[in-house]
Design a protein around this ligand. Structure first.
Ligand code: SF4
Length: 196
């Protein structure tokens, strides 16, 4: 994996990039950036592992993974800034996410003053096609395996079948080629293996 190429490609496409050796350093940086702002968070094992939500004012954080209120997703969509991970990032700087509900991909396209995309270097793939393959056959499959009740074929053999299951969690694909519209988008790249 070529981290330098990835960073340069992302910058070339207009994304802000911050590179950290450790998740702890990245979390401290984000804590300082997010102070005083309302923060929406998408489903993200990476954000969960880093404990970022716990470092912030809980009255200003809207995350359906930690708060089961009916309006959490709506409040997250209206927050000042939004935190997400990526299912894959190509060395050419394309950022790929698959979503089932749509909250994450919609927030990555519109509605916030700033986006932070937090990802370990394990999310980097050589090119678009291998990144898409990672998103479908690694991230989505592992994500599906988190849900005990779901009956999808990928849980059995670890490969995406583009299934027609009612339990399917892959309903939409977003590729960010560049920051959407005028939304400032910063990639927080961490030199660790994080998330799925
Ligand atoms: S088999 Fe279905 S649920 Fe599993 S990764 Fe593929 S589309 Fe998603």
């Amino acid at each position: 994996m070529d981290i330098t190429k990835t960073v340069n490609s992302l910058k070339g496409r207009g994304f802000g990039v911050k590179f950290f050796e450790t998740g702890a350093e990245a979390s401290e940086y984000l804590k300082a950036q997010l102070d005083g702002l309302t923060v929406g968070i998408g489903g993200s094992k990476t954000v969960q592992t880093l404990g970022i939500a716990d470092m912030l004012d809980k009255d200003k954080v809207f995350w359906h993974w930690s708060e089961k209120k009916p309006d959490t997703l709506v409040n997250a969509a209206a927050a000042d800034v939004y935190l997400s991970s990526a299912n894959a990032i190509s060395e050419d700087g394309e950022i790929i996410n698959i979503d089932g509900t749509g909250n994450r991909v919609s927030s990555l396209t519109f509605g916030h003053k700033k986006l932070y995309i937090v990802a370990g270097v394990n999310k980097i793939s050589p090119d678009f096609h291998t990144a898409l393959d990672r998103a479908r056959n690694v991230a989505a499959v592992q994500n599906c395996r988190r849900f005990e009740a779901k009956k999808t074929p990928c849980k059995t053999d670890g490969v995406c079948h583009d299934c027609r299951s009612k339990d399917r969690i892959c309903n939409g694909l977003l590729v960010l080629w560049a920051p959407m519209g005028s939304t400032e988008t910063e990639v927080i790249l961490i030199n660790e293996s994080l998330g799925m």
